[in-house]
Write a protein that binds this ligand. Structure first.
Ligand code: XLS
Ligand code: CA
Ligand code: CA
Length: 439
């Protein structure tokens, strides 16, 4: 069964190609910095947006048919699997990510949900072997069903905590069964609307309790991949506990979870938190918590999570610069947590969306390497802090300086010369000239 008959296998045709159904920059096998582009970028399809998201919004019903010709509910979910692998195959995407409820329908009880998963997971496994595709990460959707109205592990109701635990146990089982290298916690409704009805201390302790249980269980079943927390400041709750990278790192350290958990950084969530994408990636990297990425972009004129396919090449370049500095992906990758706009409603739009995102990241990767090879920016930063290499600066860094020794030094010093320029505009110009050299 072919679902996208008019769409060919998408090939790399080079920057001068005018064929919209081709890659202009993403050349999977091409080596850059000693590694194939596909191994640098590790693209993943997000099952929820691509296979389930039908364009419904607050003001209108769906505009896209995501039933893939299925006659009944289970057939719809089976066809989603076949269609997903056709999309990945045609685009040359090697990985995918899912929530439990994306791949199989919700049942009336946890047992029914699990039984539905037991029908679909073997089909996914077969397709993975047939098409040579891998699971980047799995997760549990503990936010959609009305039972999660007060949160999952942060619910005021202990039965809901227990249900979420049962759901997460099964999602971990599936992730392991499919060879996933990551398991994500995104705190769907783990936050609050008002402190007038909220015991924040208990909620956060409970959130950590469930994460510890997940780690203990996963490790006991042989899961060697990474657990991730995905920061997001707001939406659906007013104040999500996993606000941003720095908040999550503090949380993980407080509860002794930092050895097993890394971060899954999403571009749109970074900007919602009032940070740049690069800032969030840098915070993760310098704290040894860089794990995986949800590649998308928001709209700066809108205050919510628009999950658009990334096309802003400045952003992808600065992102890939951080990825390279972090040593590249190990268990993680670039998951397109992105959806075509509601009016981009045809099957063909799925392909244009992914091509746009993949080419934007391929360009980002090439530019990031050019920035590193050029060396101007790195040298500027190193020179800017050179006073810490020798003399009193070296004593501060190596820990031999004390408040008294610095006071003695300062008393003898006279005034300090801080007139050296930060040269921001010069550096921005350097980036532009690297990006557009030859035009
Ligand atoms: C929602 C999140 C979600 C996570 C996975 O905003 O991005 O999709 O990535 O639960
Ligand atoms: Ca996400
Ligand atoms: Ca999002």
């Amino acid at each position: 069964m072919e679902f996208f008959k008019d769409i060919p296998v998408i090939k790399y045709e080079g920057a001068c190609s005018t064929n919209p159904l081709s890659f202009k920059h993403y050349d999977a096998e091409k080596e850059i910095g000693g590694k194939k582009m596909k191994d640098h970028l590790k693209f993943a399809l997000s099952y929820w947006h691509t296979m389930c998201g039908d364009g419904k919004d607050m003001f209108g019903v769906g505009t896209m048919d995501k039933s893939f010709g299925g006659a009944d509910e289970m057939e719809v979910y089976k066809n989603k699997v076949y269609a997903a692998f056709e999309i990945m195959d045609k685009l040359g995407i090697e990985y995918f990510c899912f929530h439990d409820r994306d791949i199989a329908p919700e049942g009336k009880t946890l047992g029914e949900c699990n039984a539905n998963l037991d029908v679909i997971v073997p089909i996914i496994k077969e397709c993975m072997a047939k098409y040579n595709k891998k699971l980047l990460w799995g997760t549990a959707n503990c936010f959609n069903h009305p039972r999660y109205v007060h949160g999952a592990s942060t619910s005021c109701n202990a039965d809901v905590f227990a249900y979420a635990a049962g759901q997460i146990k099964k999602a971990i089982d599936i992730t392991i069964e499919l060879g996933g290298t990551g398991y994500v916690f995104w705190g769907g409704r783990e936050g609050y609307e008002t402190l007038l009805n909220t015991d924040m201390a208990l909620e956060q302790d409970n959130m950590a309790r469930l994460m510890h249980m997940a780690v203990d269980y996963g490790r006991s079943k042989g899961f060697t991949g990474d657990f991730y927390v995905e920061p997001k400041p707001k939406e659906p709750t007013k104040h999500q506990y996993d606000f941003d990278a720095a908040t999550v790192i503090g949380f993980l350290k407080k509860y002794g979870l930092d050895k097993d958990f890394k971060l899954n950084i999403e571009a749109n969530h970074a900007t919602l938190a009032g940070h740049t994408f690069q800032h969030e990636l840098c915070v993760a990297r310098i704290n040894g918590a860089f794990g995986s990425i949800d590649a998308n972009q928001g709209d700066m004129l809108l205050g919510w999570d628009t999950d658009q396919f990334p096309t802003n090449v400045y952003e992808t370049a600065l992102c890939m610069l951080e990825v390279i500095k972090a040593g590249g992906f190990t268990n993680g990758g670039l998951n397109f947590d992105a959806k075509a706009r509601r009016a981009s409603q045809t099957g063909e739009d799925i392909f244009h969306s992914y091509i746009a995102g993949m080419d934007a990241f391929a360009l980002g990767l090439k530019i990031a390497y050019k920035i590193i090879e050029d060396g101007t920016v790195d040298k500027f930063v190193a020179d800017r802090y050179s006073s810490y290499k020798t003399g009193i600066g070296a004593e501060i860094v190596n820990g031999t300086a004390t408040l008294e020794s610095l006071a003695e030094y300062a008393l003898k010093m006279g005034d300090v010369d801080v007139k050296s320029s930060g040269r921001q505009e010069y550096l921005e110009n350097v980036i532009n000239s690297i990006m557009f050299r030859g035009l």
